[in-house]
Design a protein around this ligand. Structure first.
Ligand code: ATP
Length: 238
């Protein structure tokens, strides 16, 4: 049968003041999947992730994580339940070392599990080499790796990635996507927000297309990749 649902957004409405940014969206993420959330600038992708993490409170609708409602909870509680959020623009702690950033990611545990650090350093050998370096002096790609590694240290049940490819050179983007694929192979469920629709859909099992706060399409990734409307609007073809 189908894999169990990890994350379920139902009729989610979210706004900023009087402006509604999400007009009642439904998104389902099942265990072990990579689900891509696509759409143009301002479509509501970041708003969706920030609502899941408890940084924004929906006007109505619900966010359910493994059967438990989490909308209305505080962000630290949501982290504690296993939602790992890698925000847009990375946001590492610039004055801390690589190692300290990773240790911060494990703050919900009483002590930092050595095996988790080993796992992150195996996934990202660059971070192992630079463990004592101040995070603010890392390259953009290295900071993205650190932000992902830090989220993994919280042992997420689901990993939310907000435009991991943003502002990075194509070679680095390819590396990041390969590592996300490996993280998923190791068992982590991923909800991936991307402007880079082609690469996101190659990695993803399924995808949702957001337009001005509504889901206008949802399908298997291969179906979306082949869809003429998607190709024209998001894959730079037409
Ligand atoms: P981008 O790729 O540019 O981040 P996005 O799909 O992630 O786009 P959101 O950032 O979620 O889109 O924005 C959705 C809508 O909400 C947009 O119309 C945006 O202007 C609005 N919005 C986002 N953040 C705020 C805010 N802090 N205050 C007011 N409006 C906001």
């Amino acid at each position: 049968g189908e894999r169990p649902v990890v994350l379920e957004l139902s009729d989610l409405r979210v706004g900023y003041g009087a402006i509604e940014a999400l007009h009642g969206i439904d998104v389902t993420v099942r265990q072990g999947e990579v689900v891509a959330l696509l759409g143009a600038n301002g479509a509501g992708k970041t708003t969706t992730l920030r609502t899941i993490s408890g940084l924004l409170r929906p006007h109505s609708g619900s966010v359910v994580l493994e059967g438990r409602r989490i909308d209305g909870m505080k962000a630290h509680q949501v982290v504690g339940l296993g939602v790992g959020h890698v925000p847009e623009g990375r946001r590492v702690f610039p004055a801390m070392s690589v190692l300290e950033n990773l240790q911060m990611g494990a703050y919900r545990f009483r002590r930092v599990p050595t095996e988790d650090l080993d796992r992150v350093f195996t996934l990202f050998p660059r971070l192992a080499e630079r463990r004592a370096q101040q995070a603010g002096t890392l390259s953009g790609g290295e900071q993205q790796m650190l932000a992902i590694g830090r989220a993994l240290m919280g042992r997420p049940r689901v990993l939310l990635l907000d435009e991991p490819s943003m502002g990075l050179a194509p070679l680095i983007v390819a590396q990041i996507f390969d590592i996300v694929a490996e993280i998923n192979r190791q068992g982590t469920t991923v909800l991936l927000v991307e402007q880079n629709a082609t690469q996101a859909l190659r990695l993803a099992d399924r995808g949702y297309v957001l337009e001005t706060g509504s889901v206008v399409m949802s399908a298997e990734a291969a179906t979306l990749l082949a869809d003429p409307r998607v190709r024209e609007a998001y894959l730079g073809e037409g």
